[in-house]
Design a protein around this ligand. Structure first.
Ligand code: PGA
Length: 252
């Protein structure tokens, strides 16, 4: 049986500067040269820095990612960035449906699904984020919420669903220091994996990442769970030593 290679992706969110990015990536790429990763690594950076980061990552094992994409193909959409533009800049991964986009920018399941389609059409792998709020977890709705969020994308993509990366990010764990326990995360991951497996022949091989206050101290325990294939890392991805430790914890 082929195994799923672990995958660690950093999500810088709206952080960085030309100077800070250069210093951070220098430390990360140097660390990975000394200790080559056993997993895949990517960083999802703010749009204005894509070209800078593409140049800085040349020749390294770290792939370039974006944090969002327009749901439209091209044209009169002021302020938007198309999937083709991302592809032009060497972007390999694109986050869609991050809870901050759903929450602050009103992105619906349908919009998230369209964005995933746009990325795939441009040859970019969507990292589709799903996750429940604290109120939903407390109401016992975790399973239904994440299943609905994934189903919308699966319906739009059909068999192509097996080309995505999925990230389970409980909203109450993002940026709060309150991580899901490995058991809590594993339970949701197993259910998502079953849903993916029934959606497409290769669905069970889709990497399912955990995100939400994953850090250098808790990464190994989370990554040891059988259905946790990696991490989507926010805060800890901005500190090279922490990000490198998380990558080191992700054995194949
Ligand atoms: P966090 O963010 O690691 O800072 O909790 C994760 C994310 O939002 O992707």
């Amino acid at each position: 049986m082929t195994t799923r290679q672990k995958f660690i992706a950093g999500n810088w969110k709206m952080n960085g500067s030309l100077q800070a990015n250069a210093a951070l990536l220098k430390a990360i790429t140097q660390g990975l040269r000394e200790q080559p990763p056993a997993c895949k690594v990517a960083v999802a950076v703010p749009m204005p820095y894509l070209a800078q980061v593409q140049a800085l990552l040349a020749g390294s094992s770290v792939q370039l990612g974006a944090q969002d994409v327009s749901q439209h193909e091209a044209g009169a959409y002021t302020g938007e960035t198309s999937a083709a533009m991302l592809a032009d800049l060497g972007v390999r991964y694109g986050l869609v449906g991050h809870s901050e986009r759903r929450q602050y920018h009103g992105e619906t399941d349908a919009v998230v699904a369209t964005k995933a389609q746009r990325l795939l059409a441009a040859g970019i792998t969507p990292i589709v984020c799903v996750g429940e709020t604290l109120a939903e977890r407390e109401a016992g709705q975790t399973g239904t919420v994440v299943a609905r969020q994934l189903a919308a994308v699966a319906e739009a993509l059909g068999q192509q669903i097996e080309k995505i990366v999925l990230a389970y990010e409980p909203v109450w764990a993002i940026g709060t220091g309150r991580t899901a326990t490995p058991e809590q995360a594993q339970q949701v991951h197993a259910a998502l994996r079953a849903q993916l497996a029934s959606a497409a022949p290769g669905g069970a091989m889709v990497p399912v990442l955990y995100g939400g206050s994953m850090n250098a101290a808790n990464a190994a325990d989370l990554l040891a769970q059988s259905d946790i294939d990696g991490g989507l890392i926010g805060g800890a991805a901005l500190k090279a030593p922490d990000f490198l430790k998380i990558i080191g914890a992700a054995q194949a």
